[in-house]
Write a protein that binds this ligand. Structure first.
Ligand SMILES: NC(=O)c1ccc[n+]([C@@H]2O[C@H](COP(=O)([O-])OP(=O)(O)OC[C@H]3O[C@@H](n4cnc5c(N)ncnc54)[C@H](O)[C@@H]3O)[C@@H](O)[C@H]2O)c1
Length: 343
């Protein structure tokens, strides 16, 4: 079968993860071009992965290279325009989360993709992580009975890039860091969120020179689902102890925990007063290494077999709607129904 010819749009942090999957792990895909208006970033990433065709805009790449698909790894505020351009050119789209800034943008992306008969897969790699996907299958098989309550956390190290600190360009950490939690709790609980209440705090920003309006680095959200069950999401970024992503689900018959703090199966003891030492995950590419490879494998397989990817526009739209409701909740200091932002 002919390899799927891919253009990576955006050459930053997420781009490198997908470039590594495509060039080192997945012969079904061929990374043939990279686009980034920032010349130094473009050169560094293209050099690292040996990609010759380099462009400052997606339009130039579409004009000069034969492509089957694009992988969009740019800041959130650029997603809608780039995805619509790619869809109009008839290219399948792998789109990093969050799908877009607004529901209007989500709808435009979904509509143009459907009109042009191209697939759209969202970058929710947790659905392809071996632990998360096994947990989903075991919930479906009824091992813990009907899920009643979910607690999901993502705590990430390092200040997010400037565009990701600003509500206007990213919708803030609840989108940038916790889109995965929003998607996972809805997927694992088998119900859409109905109402959310968010508290946020800026506990580290000023000490680290962040002056962006409405910046927050800690958040807790309480969620009520349409089926009456409950959940919460915990968000910290920057988190100084490492990368931490875990979920606990309590069902009618039992409890399920997904993920752990321990980043290696190596335990060291050199001092009985300090006890056992085992490293935590340092970064998201390390924690979800298999999820990133398997989600891209799924995208290539979807194109090759002409089968729609299993995570798409509707999932992306629900995550964006949840973020918009939670953002309105902390700005207006009240619980917000999803129907208020989806109307
Ligand atoms: N799935 C995940 O776990 C995960 C992890 C990190 C980031 N992301 C997502 O990936 C996206 C990018 O995040 P990042 O951390 O890599 O950001 P980044 O700032 O490191 O990189 C973004 C790059 O996009 C480039 N860019 C901006 N506008 C562009 C345009 N119009 N065309 C082409 N390139 C353009 C920038 O110059 C920059 O090099 C975001 O949507 C983010 O939420 C997902």
């Amino acid at each position: 079968m002919k390899p799927i010819r891919i253009c990576l749009v955006g050459a930053g942090r997420a781009a490198k993860v997908h470039a590594a999957s495509l060039t080192r792990h997945l012969p079904a895909g061929r990374l043939v071009a990279i686009v980034d208006p920032h010349a130094e970033t473009l050169q560094a990433t293209a050099d690292e992965f040996g990609v010759e065709q380099r462009f400052a805009t997606l339009e130039e790449a579409l004009d000069h290279v034969e492509l089957d698909a694009v992988v969009i790894t740019t800041p959130t505020f650029t997603h809608a325009a780039l995805a619509v351009t790619a869809a109009r050119a008839g290219k399948h789209i792998f789109l990093e989360k969050p799908m877009a800034l607004t529901l209007e943008e989500c709808d435009a992306i979904a509509r143009v993709a459907a009109e042009n008969h191209v697939f759209l897969q969202l970058g929710f790699m947790r659905r392809f992580d071996p632990d998360f996907s096994a947990a989903f299958e075991r919930i479906q098989a009824g091992e813990i009975g009907q899920p009643l309550m979910v607690k999901s956390l993502t705590h990430g190290p390092g200040l997010p890039p400037p565009w990701a600190r600003d509500l206007k360009t990213s919708n803030g950490n609840l989108a940038e860091v916790n889109s995965h939690d929003w998607d996972c709790i809805r997927w694992l609980m088998g119900s859409n969120p109905r109402r959310v209440y968010a508290e946020v705090a800026n506990l580290k920003g000023s000490a680290r020179g962040v002056t962006t309006e409405h910046f927050y680095d800690h958040a807790l959200v309480t969620v009520r689902f349409e089926n009456g069950t409950l959940g919460n999401i915990s968000s910290i970024c920057p988190c100084d102890y490492g990368y931490d992503a875990r979920v606990e689900i309590i069902g009618e018959k039992g409890i399920m925990q997904i993920g752990e703090l321990k980043g290696q199966a190596v335990v060291v003891c050199t001092d009985r007063d300090h006890g056992l030492v085992t490293p935590i995950f340092r970064t998201w590419p390390q924690r979800f290494a298999w999820g990133y490879i398997r989600e891209m494998e799924h995208f290539l397989h979807a194109i090759q077999t002409d089968t729609p990817p299993k995570v798409g526009a509707e999932d992306g739209r629900w995550a964006v709607a949840s973020v918009l409701a939670a953002t309105r909740s902390f700005l207006e200091e009240r619980p917000v129904l999803l129907s208020e932002v989806m109307a």
